[in-house]
Design a protein around this ligand. Structure first.
Ligand code: GTP
Ligand code: MG
Length: 138
């Protein structure tokens, strides 16, 4: 069975949306096998977002992601990687469809960094790499 790394970003934790977002994951039938709330340091975020290094939004993104606690979780299930990304919706909350986390709950704060509530791994390779970063040994 497939697994993925889910992050509820600092905007989601600050807004009290942890329960609502995890409810949707569980309602879809995915199993949470690890859950941890913590504030990520720069080393972890640099490794997590290595693919975006050098892009204009990289520095503000890392600053935002380290601005408060993040809920990190491992979710398991059949095709969970694609399935969670479908639950999350489009990266830009102003474009995300109703019925998705970002479409229903995301807001346009007029900020440079997209504060889009959640992260989900985008491939089996990314999932295993990211799980290794956030949950070493699991
Ligand atoms: P994640 O699940 O968070 O990885 O989102 P994603 O896969 O939909 O997007 P991607 O991996 O391309 O980008 C990671 C994060 O960087 C996004 O979730 C946004 O927070 C931010 N981001 C991505 N593209 C842009 C952009 O063009 N402008 C800005 N301001 N932020 C961006
Ligand atoms: Mg991504």
């Amino acid at each position: 069975t497939e697994r993925t790394l889910i992050l509820i970003k600092p905007d989601g934790v600050r807004r009290g949306l942890v329960g609502e977002i995890l409810r949707r994951v569980e309602a879809k039938g995915y199993t949470l096998t690890s859950v941890e709330l913590r504030t990520a340091d720069d080393d972890l975020l640099a490794a997590h977002y290595a693919e975006h290094e050098g892009k204009p939004f990289y520095a503000p993104l890392v600053e935002f992601m380290g601005s408060g606690p993040v809920l990190a979780a491992i979710a398991e299930g059949n095709r969970v990687i694609e399935g969670f990304r479908a639950l999350a919706g489009a990266t830009d909350p102003t474009a995300a469809l109703p019925g998705t986390v970002r479409g229903d709950l995301g807001r346009d704060w007029g900020l440079k960094v997209q504060q889009n509530l959640v992260h989900g791994s985008d491939s089996v390779e990314s999932a295993e790499r990211e799980i290794g970063l956030w949950f070493p040994g699991r």
